[in-house]
Ligand binder design. Structure first.
Ligand code: COA
Length: 447
């Protein structure tokens, strides 16, 4: 891997998933499809989806909190917060600004979103690396947060999913590092309509087979661009992480690259089983999380392999429909990330297909102005131990609850108050309060 002297690299990562999931076998039965198609044709086992109270913001804030809470003092050092998303909650206000408010990141923090289908987070990481090399004492937070929604009964429905991965980027000069990156990227862009979501709808429009061919062409072109720049002097890492809108897309990608490289056609499958498939275990149980998919595979690899990854090289391929492709490489460092994916997966609730349809509808019902008035729903939403809850929209403004009860049982307040003698008692806030009202209450309580 081509290295630089000092660089921005991944210091740690955290994940967040919604509360509910439905098994693909149940979905197949309800859609009158052979379950083997979802399980073996697409490689999916469980589909996680957003119920009421969950959205791109709550997922992003929770993933960010899950990485920041792992070490005291991190939150105060965040000087850049980028959210990569294609399921933003507003045509103008960024998800990053909501995250900034909910986590109370420093006021001097630079915050913004990057949207380019499933490529946004990778663009964010590259920007964050450059920023960190100029601000080595600070940390950048890059959050990939998305909800993949397709029409019910469509070919895309079984590839839905939702979740967030928060990556903490710090300087190789000052931090213990999980993953450093090559300073060379192979790029390929192409103006295509393979997958998109018009602003007037919540579900994506997709030319499924065409999107697969655009992905594979983009990958080969980006790989070639990378190889040209390194003048074919390095060997390609055996470990490979591919953007995985459904797990078997990574299989297709690995096979295509294998063929493109002119390797023995008899050996692509054992190589896939050994080097690619292990990182896909979480993708199989979450579904598509768009721009976070490849980073979910990275998190899953950390969880599976731990310290065995140290000094290993890895190749990453990121694809965003529309399209932008990037192929780059990395090397694992001495620090091992512990995202606790399995713990988060086991905390979800399984529902049947009827409940999945109902809960999805109720989640979407909160997306219209005036939804906040549904007070009976609010008590139900706040009756759950989640750090951030979306309560609906009032006067065109989204209302979020920072779940104080959860903060007290966890360590949010403790982390913010590392210099205080004791954790103050913060009253559980009435659901009717807006986030800004709540901020002032908290500020009063902790000052
Ligand atoms: N048992 C096992 N496998 C089966 C099967 C069965 N009974 N029936 C079908 N399959 C296999 C197919 O052979 C195919 O595998 P292959 O691609 O290796 O040949 C796979 O299951 C999917 O079947 P297919 O008929 O192609 O599915 P589809 O027309 O329903 O569409 C997608 C699949 C991925 C195109 C669709 O889910 C989609 O549009 N997804 C969203 C877009 C996306 O993710 N694009 C990726 C690039 S960004």
């Amino acid at each position: 891997m081509v290295k630089k002297e000092a660089d921005g690299a991944i210091v740690d990562l955290g994940v967040a998933f919604p509360r509910y999931f439905v098994k693909h076998d149940a979905l197949a039965a309800a859609r009158d499809v052979d379950p083997a198609k979802f399980r073996f044709g697409l490689g999916c086992e469980e589909m996680t989806f957003c119920g009421p109270g969950e959205d791109t913001v709550t997922l992003a804030a929770t993933a960010a909190w899950n990485v920041l809470r792992q070490k005291t003092g991190r939150l105060e050092r965040v000087g850049l917060c980028i959210v990569g998303t294609e399921s933003g909650v507003d045509g103008s206000k960024s998800v990053a600004s909501h995250v900034h408010g909910l986590l109370r990141l420093p006021p001097t923090c630079r915050v913004f979103d990057i949207q380019h289908a499933c490529y946004g987070a990778t663009a964010g990481i590259q920007m964050a690396r450059a920023w960190v090399s100029r601000h080595p004492s600070q940390l950048a937070l890059v959050i990939a947060s998305d909800i993949a929604r397709y029409e019910r009964y469509s070919a895309g429905e079984p590839t839905q999913g939702a979740g967030a991965v928060a990556l903490l980027i710090g300087s190789t000069e000052t931090e213990d590092i999980c993953l450093t990156f090559s300073n060379i990227s192979g790029m390929h862009a192409s103006d295509v309509y393979d997958f998109w979501r018009p602003t007037y709808q919540k579900t994506a429009v997709v030319r499924g087979k065409f999107s697969i061919s655009c992905y594979l062409e983009g990958m080969v072109a980006a790989y070639e661009h990378y190889m040209e720049q390194i003048q074919h002097e390095e060997s390609t890492p055996t470990l490979q992480l591919f953007h995985a809108p459904f797990p078997h897309m990574a299989r297709k990608a690995h096979r295509r690259l294998w063929e493109h490289r002119g390797l023995d056609p008899e050996t692509w499958e054992p190589a896939y089983t050994r080097w690619v498939a292990p990182s896909l275990w979480a993708n199989r149980r979450i579904g598509n999380i768009y721009t976070g998919s490849v980073y979910l595979s990275l998190a899953a690899l950390f969880e599976l392999e731990g310290e065995a990854l140290q000094d290993r090289d890895v190749a990453l391929f990121s694809y965003g429909s529309g399209s932008c492709s990037e192929y780059f490489t990395g090397r694992f460092g001495a620090h091992t990330a512990t995202p606790r994916i399995l713990e988060h997966l086991n905390a979800r609730e399984e529902v049947d297909v009827e409940q999945y349809e109902l809960l999805s509808e109720r989640s979407l019902a909160l997306e219209s102005n005036g939804s906040f008035a549904a007070t009976s729903l609010q008590s139900e939403l706040t009756d759950v131990e989640r750090p951030f809850i979306f309560l609906g929209i009032r006067d065109h403004e989204r209302v979020y609850l920072q779940n104080e009860a959860d903060w007290q049982s966890g360590c949010f307040v403790a982390a913010r108050l590392q210099t205080s003698e004791s954790i103050p008692t913060v009253p559980v806030v009435e659901p009717a309060l807006t986030s800004s009202v709540q901020h002032s209450q908290l500020d009063g309580a902790i000052s």
